[in-house]
Design a protein around this ligand. Structure first.
Ligand SMILES: NC(=O)c1ccc[n+]([C@@H]2O[C@H](COP(=O)([O-])OP(=O)(O)OC[C@H]3O[C@@H](n4cnc5c(N)ncnc54)[C@H](O)[C@@H]3O)[C@@H](O)[C@H]2O)c1
Length: 269
């Protein structure tokens, strides 16, 4: 039995890890002893984070990975296994937001949000399952953690395309968990659903509210979001990363196909 949260000897690949929630996931996994592959399209920030982790005594490497690109997925996963001997954890974190009403949403915008948030999760999950399953090039099972959102559980104004992708991630996760669990692959697949979390993505949303005159200041925008919740605070990337660490570890060995909400009580009401 493994009731403690250990990730030593695990190799973890995190997408969209240059900043925000992904960066916090990479940092906490490395602090707990995992080898972390930091991937993103923001090369400078991703390289800086990998250097920071290494400087603090952890093990990390930066690889460029645009999650919408099937060939880049294969290259990144193959390089991970060649350089580090396997792949145990995949955190499908990369995502983009689009704040537009339904009538303002163009087909190109709809497709772009789905390409990153949903196609990216599909491509990464398929690639990881193929190498993690028995007989695959890693072959020792693993844990796949998909970042959905509270927007994958309840609807939100101005977020139709985003909610569509995040609802897709939620059910895709369960379907894969059932399929690979029943196949005996030793792979667990779960989704994490952050609420309002203070990252560059969320800060942009606060700024947009001020620019559009919805609020007078970003502090007022922050209060608007806090009022949605039960706890009088805004989530920090580390709050989400702690949940990801648990799911990555063997402490979660009996957990699959499940959804983990970290939202200060937003969806409890
Ligand atoms: N911040 C929140 O309040 C919140 C709430 C719910 C869900 N989420 C989800 O959590 C995840 C992380 O969000 P965040 O707030 O940290 O976002 P963020 O915008 O702060 O960071 C996202 C990262 O993803 C990278 N990225 C974007 N497109 C990419 C692509 N095609 N390939 C690879 N990387 C790409 C960006 O460069 C960036 O480093 C997202 O999936 C988001 O939808 C965030």
């Amino acid at each position: 039995m493994h009731s403690d949260i250990h990730v030593q000897d695990k190799v973890a690949l995190v997408t969209g890890a240059a900043m925000g929630i992904g960066a916090a996931c990479a940092a906490i996994l490395a602090r707990h002893g995992a080898t972390v592959i930091v991937t993103d399209v923001a090369d400078a920030e991703g390289q800086a984070l990998a250097a920071q982790i290494t400087g603090a005594g952890g093990t990390a490497e930066y690889l460029r990975l645009d999650v919408t690109d099937e060939a880049q997925w294969q290259r990144a996963v193959d390089a991970t296994i060649t350089n580090h001997g396997g792949l145990d954890v995949l955190v499908n974190n990369a995502g983009i937001a689009l704040v537009h009403s339904l009538l303002e949403t163009s087909l190109d915008e709809w497709r772009r949000v789905h390409a990153v948030n949903l196609d990216g999760v599909f491509l990464g999950t398929r690639c990881a399952v193929d190498v993690m399953r028995p007989g695959g090039s890693s072959g020792r099972g693993g844990s796949i953690i998909n970042l959905s959102s509270v927007g994958g559980m309840i609807g939100a104004e101005g977020l139709t395309a985003y909610c569509s992708t995040k609802g897709g991630v939620r059910l895709f996760t369960k379907a894969v968990a059932v399929e690979v669990g029943r196949a005996g692959y030793g792979i667990r697949v779960n989704s994490v659903h952050p609420g309002n979390t203070l990252t560059p993505m969320f800060q942009q949303e606060l700024q947009d509210m001020q620019d559009q005159g919805v609020v007078q200041s970003t502090d007022e925008a922050m209060q608007f979001y806090m009022d949605m919740q039960v706890l009088p605070d805004i989530g920090q990337p580390e709050d989400i990363a702690s949940m990801v660490l648990f799911l990555a570890s063997d402490a979660a060995r009996f957990v699959t196909g499940a959804e983990f909400v970290v939202d200060g009580g937003l969806t409890a009401q």
